[in-house]
Each structure stands twice: as C-alpha cells, then as structure tokens.
Design a protein around this ligand. Structure first.
Ligand code: SF4
Ligand code: SF4
Length: 207
C-alpha cells in the first residue's frame, strides 16, 4: 500500500520533448505529444524518476491537493491460489518484495490473479517499484513470470532488462565450478525454500 502525496508537473516552457521522462516512468504516466511532456495526475505515483532524469529540469514534484492510496486488498482473493503462486516464484506470501513501498509477495500475487500481466500493471496497482524504482524489479519479474506471463521489456524505453539467474535455475556446471570457492548455492536454495514455505498465524508467528 502506498499513499501518493506528490505528483510530477511539467513546465511546457522548459520541456524540449526529448522523451527521456517517458522512458523512465515505471507506470507509463508521462507521455510526450507534440514535443511536450504531460504527466497524468491520475496515474503518477510520485517516484520522481522523470524529475531526476529530465536533462532540462522541466519537471518538479508538487504536493497533491488530495493524496490517494494505491494497493490491492489481499483478503478478497483465494488465499490458496496466492500461496501457490508465491511458492512457484519461491517467495513466502508475507515476504516484502519492495522495501520502499512495503509491497508483499501476496499483494503482487493477488494483483496477478486479478489479471495484471506486466510489471507496469503491477506497479500501477500496488505501487511496487515506485520508490527507488530499481531494487525490486527482479522479484517483480519473477512473480510476473511465475504467473505464466511472457516478459517483454517496454518497447518505448529502457526501464528494465531480463531476469537474472537465481539459485533455482543456475546451471549445474556453474554451481560446481564455484562450490569450492566459498559459494553455497544448494544450501542457499534449501534455506530460501524453507522460508518460502513457512506459514504465519494470525499473530504473525510461524505455525
Ligand atoms: S525529459 Fe524533460 S525535456 Fe525531455 S520530454 Fe521529458 S520533460 Fe521534456
Ligand atoms: S510515476 Fe514517477 S516517472 Fe512517472 S510521471 Fe510520476 S513521478 Fe514521473
């Protein structure tokens, strides 16, 4: 859940229509038309990527008159389906995937079960990847892929690349090569699988 209190505002007098802002927006909230950028206040999640990256300083983050909350109500979804999808991506449903916003795996799973198919859709509905916009892309891609979606990087820009190799899909020869050099891939995988399978009771303790 994220409370969005700011929004991006473009000064059309300064904007030169270079489209960099379009390429770095994680939720496609800013578009350039007729060489001028416009940020849609209904979509902007206030990550400030566009303002930070605009080479002409045409964008400022301004306070919203009415902040709004973004998030998915997990309780409305089939809890077993959520657990199964998280397990497929090797996450515990309670695990936080986006530390900036505090988005848990269960919220991402609910969003995917509700029809989201891309990282951008998940970001728009959960707020995930609208804080630092960098650190949580890999867990997000893992969840989107586990839900059976193909991953197509944004055709308009360079927001994210492919998935990185994890302990579950690392080739055997790589594991063997590095196992004698202080890496413990099998042990790591086993521990992470155990974490993914821990069930939590109503008071937050392990069952
Ligand atoms: S990055 Fe700045 S100058 Fe370029 S289109 Fe966006 S607002 Fe305009
Ligand atoms: S979500 Fe971020 S990048 Fe997109 S318009 Fe809002 S502040 Fe700019």
């Amino acid at each position: 859940m994220k409370r969005v209190t700011l929004m991006a505002k473009v000064d059309p007098e300064i904007c030169r229509g270079c489209k960099i802002c379009e390429k770095v927006c994680p939720v496609y909230a800013i578009k350039v038309t007729d060489k001028k950028a416009y940020s849609d206040p209904d979509k902007c999640m206030a990550c400030a990527n566009c303002a930070d990256r605009c080479p002409f300083h045409a964008i400022t983050m301004v306070k919203r008159e009415e902040p709004y909350d973004v998030g998915v109500d997990v309780s409305k979804f089939d809890q077993k389906a959520i657990r199964d999808l998280c397990a497929k991506a090797h996450f515990n449903p309670e695990q936080i995937l986006c530390y900036c916003v505090g988005t848990r795996a269960e919220e991402v799973a609910a969003c995917l079960l509700d029809g989201a198919t891309t990282p951008e859709e998940v970001s728009a509905r959960t707020g995930m990847r609208t804080g630092c916009t960098i650190e949580c892309i890999q867990p997000l891609l893992r969840m989107v892929k586990a839900a059976g979606n193909e991953l197509h990087p944004n055709p308009n820009g360079f927001q994210w690349y492919g998935t990185t190799v994890t302990a579950w899909d690392m080739p055997e020869e790589v594991k063997e090569k590095y196992s004698s050099r202080g890496f413990y891939f099998e042990e790591d995988r086993k521990l992470l699988d155990e974490i993914a399978n821990i069930q939590v009771d109503d008071e937050g303790g392990a069952k």
